[in-house]
Design a protein around this ligand. Structure first.
Ligand SMILES: [Zn+2]
Length: 382
């Protein structure tokens, strides 16, 4: 018999609340999900806490837990995860997110995304910043308005407000021991940005942290793993966890993403010898943020028809398998943002019939939540 295969499926933010337009059902209850329902009928359903108490319900935190790392222990900030996605060496450095932003003459945060510059124009700005302000720090181009600054390790201590929390409000500058360095760089950046004719007129530094000391999944569990995702943050977690991160053309983190391409990348990776593959798809979360009921239902139906329907027979062809499915957090349509509430999970083993259940929010209501970061070891039977 071939070696056991393990799959983790993450429909980002799919968990929700009852919705009037769906007759009081949640998207998971209303969607047509024949494959998922049959998997749940032969598996085990439960409730998982993906967001540790007191932590923000971000995709970085929730996915870190799903990848098997306790965020309360390993999460050091958002910027170092994004820096890892860019394959930057974080040894002895602290990573800051460096947004290109537009601040009005009166100090109001006009646009945390700096008018959405294209990535090539933004990269020129970042290179100029590195040439003129670099030294203690270095600037690294990312995508559009989202970039990274690496700084000395003693620049960690600062309270920085995320620029998207300041939209239309007075800019609140960093405070704390490292703040004078940060404020000076943000002020000096205005002269550099001023030469480029973009809407963005300065940088905004936030989200800092040192590189998280995450032991590779291969070292912890003695396996080879891979990941397909459309999201930089999740890609960074994959790099930090030592996973083989595969890019899929047309995987665009939107409603019309390349579901089949991501499914086939997972199947190909497993056939090529990976023991574990994580498939993370963003559309359900984007639908939640947009408050778009129909797209949220459709995103789930796409998971069922365009991922699971062909993934399961492919796994059967490879031998025995175990599958874990859960979102990283809820993104309720009513709230249009993430919540830290526990989410339903599903665990299926091809060799055994589990107790069976209903994969929905109500289907697991009242169950005591397990810590999501423990589920990886449960999946792998370690
Ligand atoms: Zn998420």
């Amino acid at each position: 018999m071939d070696a056991m295969k393990y799959v983790v499926c993450v429909p980002d933010g799919c968990s929700d609340e009852p919705v009037d337009e769906l007759g009081g059902r949640t998207p998971l209850e209303a969607a047509d999900l024949p494959v998922l329902r049959s998997l749940a009928a032969r598996g085990t359903v439960g409730r998982a806490a993906t967001i540790p108490a007191g932590m923000p319900p971000g995709s970085d935190v929730g996915n870190m837990a799903i990848f098997g790392y306790d965020p309360a222990r390993y999460h050091t900030g958002r910027a170092p995860i994004e820096a890892a996605a860019m394959r930057l060496d974080l040894t002895g450095r602290v990573a800051y997110r460096c947004n290109l932003v537009t601040v009005g003459p009166d100090g109001t945060m006009v646009d945390f995304a700096g008018g959405h510059p294209d990535s090539d124009a933004a990269a020129e700005v970042i290179r100029a910043l590195d040439a003129e302000l670099g030294g203690d720090v270095s600037f690294h181009p990312g995508v559009k308005y989202r970039h990274i600054m690496l700084a000395p390790p003693d620049w960690t201590d600062a309270d920085c407000v995320p620029p998207h929390d300041l939209t239309g409000k007075p800019s609140v500058l960093p405070t704390g021991a490292a703040a004078p360095h940060l404020v000076e760089l943000m002020e000096r950046s205005r002269a550099v940005l001023g030469r480029f004719g973009l809407d963005a007129n300065q940088i905004w530094l936030w989200g800092q942290g040192p590189g998280p000391a995450m032991p590779a999944l291969a070292d912890r569990f003695g396996l080879r793993g891979g990941l397909v995702t459309e999201v930089d943050l999740v890609r960074g977690l994959g790099v930090l966890a030592g996973l083989d991160v595969v890019e899929v053309p047309g995987a665009n983190a939107w409603f019309d993403t390349n579901y089949e391409g991501m499914r086939d990348a997972a199947i190909a990776g497993l056939r090529d010898g990976a023991d574990l593959w994580i498939v993370h798809i963003e559309a359900s979360d984007e639908a939640g943020h947009a408050g778009d009921v129909a797209e949220k239902v459709r995103a789930l139906e796409n998971w069922d028809a365009r991922v699971l329907a062909d993934l399961i027979p492919a796994l059967d062809d490879m031998g025995d398998w175990r599958l874990l499915l859960l979102p990283d957090h809820a993104t309720p349509l009513r709230l249009r943002t993430h919540t830290p509430d526990p989410v339903p999970y599903l665990l299926v083993d091809s060799r055994v019939d589990g107790p069976g259940g209903t994969y929905s929010e109500a289907g697991v209501a009242g169950l005591e939540p397990v810590a999501a970061h423990d589920l990886m070891a449960v999946l792998l039977e370690r």
